[in-house]
Design a protein around this ligand. Structure first.
Ligand SMILES: C[S@@+](CC[C@H](N)C(=O)[O-])C[C@H]1O[C@@H](n2cnc3c(N)ncnc32)[C@H](O)[C@@H]1O
Ligand code: SF4
Length: 337
């Protein structure tokens, strides 16, 4: 428990440092030291999945199915465990719990100074016991529901079972509480669809608030290209400094939204380089400079991230403001014993 509490404090502190760094970088990049490694590392253990959700970009994926090699995973964990601060997000274009070595991977990552968030569609509860999950050192267990009620869930999450998922989440949460564990934090995730009303979202929050620690709404992303005038509101991207995205085959993407616009630019591979080496690559340096000059290349112009003119961006901000996220985390932190 103490380890998790220490990690949380460190991360809150580092978020402030990040903010200060980036504010100065965008003013005067040449006077700022280079960032040696990312803070957030998002990895895909597998691109296999047992569901076929209507909104998921997996259906447009042209990569062959596969699982991350144990050697790539352990190399990555060994490296990021040496960073002063690291946040590992296990997600990607598939269901991580289906990785054939999943428990081994979880055990390997446990007990290190790495904050871990795992996002699942709930399959983890079908494959592993609550006792086993509680033994892994996961800080945040994100469970995507993506349905406001049974009917909408079944329309969206093709192949899922709503009643089983609800029971599993409630049982996991109450068992964790009974064993006096505060972690993993149970974080319910739901994608806002354009036809969802404010009242529906409010009802959803109310119906779940006693069964989980946090409820977060995701932005619905589409491959739809913004129209010309929306390019004007593109902001500089801080992720180019702090976030790495790694696919199951070890390839490191230029950024997380490469897939959406068909660019899929890869800047390195963990099988032959370290993440630190990739973080110093000329391509990343060039991209940061282009963003400094606001000379955004084509994929960035199209990107929805931090584009304040796009409806889905403002929508998610409305229901899921950073302020709310911080309040959630602080509430949890204050309640820690
Ligand atoms: C691709 S899934 C992979 C993890 C796991 N299979 C799951 O469903 O949670 C990661 C997250 O992306 C969300 N997601 C899927 N399609 C999306 C879309 N078009 N826009 C926004 N979020 C999406 C899912 O709800 C989930 O929370
Ligand atoms: S469960 Fe997750 S990865 Fe699988 S299709 Fe649905 S959103 Fe995509």
């Amino acid at each position: 428990m103490k380890l998790v509490k220490k990690r949380l404090l460190k991360h809150l502190f580092y978020l402030v440092i990040r903010r200060i760094y980036i504010t100065y970088y965008w003013k005067s990049p040449r006077t700022m030291p280079a960032v040696n490694h990312p803070h957030v590392v998002e990895i895909e253990l597998t691109n296999n999945c047992n569901l076929n959700c209507v909104h998921c970009h997996r259906s447009k994926m042209d990569r062959k199915p596969g699982n991350m090699d144990l050697s790539v995973f352990t190399k990555l964990i060994d490296e990021i465990a040496t960073y002063p601060i690291a946040f590992l997000r296990i997600v990607g274009q598939g269901e991580s719990a289906l990785h054939p070595l999943f428990p081994d991977l979880m055990r390997y990552a446990s007990g290190k100074s790495i904050k871990i968030e795992l996002t699942t569609n709930g399959t983890i509860f079908d494959l592993y016991s609550i006792e086993e999950i509680l033994q892994w050192d996961i800080d945040i267990l994100g469970i995507s529901v993506d349905g406001l009620d049974k009917d909408s869930y079944h329309q969206i999450r093709r192949g899922g079972n709503y009643e089983k998922l609800v029971t599993n989440i409630q049982t996991f949460y109450s068992t964790r509480n009974k064993t006096n564990k505060k972690y993993p934090l149970v974080c319910l995730r739901n994608v806002i669809f354009p036809d969802n009303t404010t009242q529906q979202l409010k009802n959803f929050k109310e119906s779940w608030q006693d069964s989980v620690d946090m409820i977060l709404f995701n932005t619905l992303t589409t491959c739809q290209k913004p129209v010309d005038k929306q390019y004007l509101s593109r902001c500089r991207c801080n992720e180019l400094f702090f976030e790495a995205h790694i696919r199951y085959d070890g390839s490191v993407l230029l950024c997380q939204n490469q897939f959406l616009y068909g660019t899929n630019e890869v800047i390195g591979n963990m099988k032959i380089s370290s993440l630190r080496q990739i973080w110093k690559s000329n391509r990343l340096k060039e991209m940061r400079m282009l963003h400094y000059k606001r000379d955004f290349p084509q994929p960035c112009k199209m990107c929805f991230s931090n584009n304040k003119n796009l409806e889905n961006y403002t929508n998610s901000r409305l229901y899921n403001s950073s302020k709310n996220k911080i309040i959630n985390v602080l509430n949890k932190f204050i309640n820690l014993t």
